[in-house]
Design a protein. Structure first.
Length: 927
């Protein structure tokens, strides 16, 4: 329902309500303005407006034209003089003339209005109120009411499309008390307005619950009709109103409307009260919090690049009268996007009495911060004394285990009790990374050595891009493969620590220099492991326990090393055993020495192959001992099997061993490939692949199982020389093993004796050749079952020419010996046929024919049944294939021999003068 000019002397026709101005309403009320256009524009036949508006806008609407949304016309709505409420009441301030028990709704579809409220003009409400902008131009959009007394419910203002010119509030202009929470949701539209949780004009308004502003899109780049542009999660008008619960500003631009978001450069964002407010109240105790959550991606554009983000933006929050919370939370996840500066507070939240809050700042993968990150304000300074004054802590977390894209901080990160770089996160800082804003190398020991740890999780990287930067922390805790990246440094004081923990999490530090290395090194240190060497001072230790040299004693060559991946230069870790006086006394230096690192790896199945080293000169193995100078260190003892070997040695080290490193694969494995690489995987030498195929008759011998080498030892060239004298290299030699095999073999016919290759004297090598062994693997691994060679040799001595049909059979006049070959998981079979010397064997030894002369009487001839009778009992003719097949040969001449013999007479011309029939020719498969 809608009422006008009812119940109060100040009501007039420019006021419209969703409920009555007096009395009691049980149920919901709805005021819906206008009929929406398809594009949610303002104008056309369905627009609603007040004739008091005047000007171009009214002329356009009267002609059913469209008034465009934008940033320039901020006067039409205020000039309209038309105010709207989703609830009821009158404009009499705080009058208890109306009570509603139910929700109230103001829905803008197509209108131009002045001040609009989801709740009541006055009176009270038991229920929630909503002010929803689908398509309209308004001066204000307020989720609550005008000057209602009490609301038992929540208030919400939501912008789906449209234009707001003065302010946008989840709360109200002046409702006295709200037991619930206030919320703003913005998806799209032109938000020229100041935006926040509550206005609170009278300064006595209270929201007992939370205040949350959610921004999912919208163009905020316009200026408000009056006032200073800002975006906050709490009260923005600088009056003494209160929000007793939590406040939060959530900007999530990763959704479908995120690309519509715009913000003027230099805008101040605050999770709490408005920027530079002085009298507003947020929170009611340590259980409350103020939060800022920013989510953006590459598609969002760099719209937050100039934004200055405060968790609590008011300037008087150091007094708990105004900011009374226990926790400050800031989460910035802007992968592929840039955000301005990130400040926890706009006031001194770190007084001498201790930190006022627990502060949690989280920066997600891929985020660029163009300014500063601090758990306080831009100029505040967390010292040891302040950190110890109470139990509140400031924690900063860098990385969120998503894309692992680098986090870039173009300014500095300062003021923390703990900073964690999460697993695989990469953080590059152009400025400083300090536990206190005032920390320097000179005052670290005295003022900043007892608080502010840095934890580098597994595979994380902290990059400091300038030698003028300062890193200050009470302790550095490293997990496995933590990387520190800095320029080549010639002076100490870049990274200042008071303790180093590399043991708790089995961690190690890897230094990765950037930029060009100097032609000469200006510092020489006498170290715990490598003696006196020219070196780069990476870590400066002071202010800690002198018994541990402020943590320096935790360095060893096994947990601190470096490599310039661009040039493949290797560096060996060490520390000074004696203290120095600069930058403060006492100081110890953790440094890196140019040297050589060689790694020999076997990849493949476990225990498939092992390396050995055979170095004899000045080599240390086992755990290095501080104070015992080394020239070279090896991870295993000489002549000891290991699937991986690491060798570190100083420049100038040498050893005369001809082949100081060797690899042996374990049967049935063999060497599949061999490669020499730089530490970044760049191939230095892709050794010609071993031919894993063997062919006995072609002379190819197949895979190999071992080799010895001196390649790349001791220099970075294959012949062992170094192309320059100052810097060494990091080279990985990798052997891949394999046990893949294949095997094929053929059949063969050979005579029992007489020829160069015969059964009686056949050797193992000859057997492999006649079988034509081919395959993949190590040829010497081939085995045979049941000693077939002895069987073949025996057949060479026992096979005889047949004399009767009973002697013309396997094992007497010929022999077939099966041979089973095995190589790894592959197997195959051969068949070897042994025949008497009289047999005719084909040139490829795959077929043979054996036949003998025969004498018979005419009666014998007449009694012949057929050729089989002739072959079996007289000529003993047999035809052989190497696979063991035995067939009947063909009598090619004379033709019809058997028929002729069955009727032969003495005068038959087939018989010669000596009484013989000759020649009688048998043929078989070309023989």
């Amino acid at each position: 329902m809608s009422t006008t000019s009812v119940g109060g002397a100040n009501d007039w026709t420019g006021y419209s309500y969703g409920a009555s101005s007096n009395g009691y309403l049980k149920g919901q009320s709805v005021l819906e303005a206008g009929t929406a256009n398809a594009d949610n524009s303002v104008g056309g036949a369905g627009v609603v407006y007040c004739s008091a508006m005047g000007g171009t806008a009214e002329t356009t609407l009267a002609a059913q034209g469209t008034v465009a949304y934008g940033k320039t016309d901020t006067s039409s709505a205020i000039n309209s003089g038309w105010d709207l409420w989703g609830g009821g009441g009158t404009v009499l301030t705080y009058r208890q003339a109306f009570l509603q028990n139910g929700n109230s709704y103001l829905i803008h579809n197509n209108d131009i209005a002045r001040w609009t409220y989801g709740g009541q003009s006055n009176g009270s409400q038991v229920g929630n109120s909503y002010n929803i902008l689908n398509g309209a131009i308004v001066d204000t959009l307020e989720g609550g009411g005008y000057t209602a007394t009490t609301k038992w419910g929540n208030t919400t203002a939501q912008v789906n499309q449209g234009q707001v010119n003065w302010f946008l509030s989840g709360g109200s202009w002046g409702d006295l008390y709200n037991t619930g929470s206030a919320t703003v949701n913005v998806y799209n539209g032109y938000i020229n307005a100041i935006t926040g949780g509550n206005y609170g004009k009278a300064g006595v308004e209270t929201i007992a619950g939370d205040s949350t502003v959610n921004v999912y899109g919208g163009d905020f780049s316009g200026s408000p009709r009056t006032g200073t542009k800002q975006l906050c999660g709490g009260p923005f008008f600088n009056g003494a109103s209160s929000i007793l619960g939590n406040t939060a500003l959530n900007v999530d631009l990763t959704g479908s409307t995120g690309s519509s978001f715009q913000l003027p450069s230099g805008t101040y964002l605050s999770g709490g009260a408005g920027y530079n407010n002085t009298v507003t109240h947020v929170g009611s105790g340590v259980n409350n919090s103020i939060s800022v959550n920013i989510s953006a991606n590459a598609a969002s554009g760099n719209v937050l690049n100039g934004a200055v983000i405060y968790d609590d933006g008011q300037s008087t929050g150091s007094n708990s009268t105004y900011t009374n919370v226990g926790t400050i939370n800031m989460t910035i996840n802007a992968d592929g996007n840039t955000v301005g500066s990130v400040y926890a507070t706009n006031y001194v939240a770190m007084p001498a009495s201790g930190q006022r809050y627990n502060t949690n700042i989280k920066i997600g993968d891929g985020t660029t911060i163009s300014g500063t990150i601090t758990s306080g304000g831009s100029s505040y300074n967390l010292t040891d004394a302040i950190a110890a004054a109470n139990n509140n802590k400031s924690a900063i977390t860098l990385g969120n285990s998503t894309s692992h894209n680098p986090i870039t901080i173009n300014g500095s990160l300062i003021n923390f009790n703990s900073a964690e770089i999460t697993e695989k996160a990469v953080v590059n800082v152009a400025g400083s990374f300090k536990n206190g804003g005032g920390a320097t190398a000179a005052n670290h020991a005295a003022t900043y050595s007892k608080h502010g740890s840095i934890q580098m999780d597994t595979d994380s990287t902290l990059g400091i891009t300038s030698t003028s930067s300062v890193v200050s922390a009470s302790q550095l805790v490293a997990y496995p493969n933590a990387t520190l990246s800095t320029p080549y440094v010639q002076t100490s004081g870049l990274i200042n620590l008071s303790d180093l923990d590399l043991s708790t999490n089995k961690g190690n530090l890897f230094w990765k220099p950037i930029g060009n290395p100097p032609t000469s090194i200006s510092n020489t240190y006498n170290g715990a492991y490598w003696g006196t060497q020219a070196a780069f001072p990476i870590l400066t230790f002071n202010g800690g326990d002198t018994a541990t040299k402020s943590g320096a004693v935790n360095i060893s060559p096994n947990n601190f090393s470096g490599v310039d991946s661009a040039k493949n230069y290797a560096f060996l870790g060490d520390y000074t055993m004696s203290s120095l006086s600069n930058p403060s006394n006492p100081t110890w230096i953790g440094y890196v020495v140019p040297g050589q690192v060689r790694v020999y790896n076997t990849t493949g199945d476990a225990d498939s192959g092992n390396w050995q080293h055979h170095l004899k000169s000045n080599v240390t193995t086992g755990n290095p001992v501080a104070g015992q100078t080394m020239q070279a260190w090896d991870s295993v003892a000489s002549d000891t099997d290991a699937s991986s070997i690491k060798v570190m040695y100083v420049m100038g080290y040498s050893d005369s061993t001809t082949a100081p490193f060797s690899l042996t694969a374990k049967a049935p494995y063999y060497i599949k490939s061999r490669t020499a690489m730089a530490v970044d995987g760049k191939v230095l030498n892709n050794y010609p692949s071993t031919n894993h195929n063997f062919d006995v008759n072609a002379g190819t011998t197949g895979a190999t199982r071992n080799f010895g080498t001196r390649d790349y030892f001791v220099g970075n060239q294959q012949d062992g020389t170094n192309y320059q004298a100052t810097y060494g290299s990091y080279i990985v030699q990798n052997v891949a093993t394999d046990n893949t095999t294949s095997l094929s073999a053929g059949n063969y016919i050979l005579p029992n004796k007489g020829s160069a290759i015969n059964a009686s004297s056949l050797t193992q090598a000859q057997l492999q050749k006649i079988a034509g062994l081919k395959g993949v693997g190590v040829i010497t691994d081939i085995t045979m079952s049941d000693d077939p060679l002895s069987s073949i040799n025996n057949a060479g001595n026992t096979v005889q020419d047949p004399t009767t049909s009973d002697t013309n059979e396997n094992g007497k006049s010929y022999a077939e010996i099966p041979v089973s070959w095995t190589l790894g998981k592959s197997s195959t079979n051969s068949n070897i046929v042994v025949l008497p010397q009289a047999a005719v064997i084909s040139s490829d030894n795959q077929t043979a024919l054996n036949v003998y002369d025969a004498s018979m009487t005419s009666d014998d001839a007449h009694d012949l049944k057929d050729q089989k009778d002739l072959d079996s009992n007289w000529t003993y003719a047999l035809a052989f294939r190497a696979d063991g097949t035995i067939e009947e040969p063909v009598i090619s001449s004379p033709s019809d021999l058997v028929t002729t013999l069955q009727t032969i007479q003495a005068n038959n011309p087939i018989i010669d003068g000596d009484g013989n029939i000759r020649p009688v020719t048998y043929t078989y498969n070309g023989l």
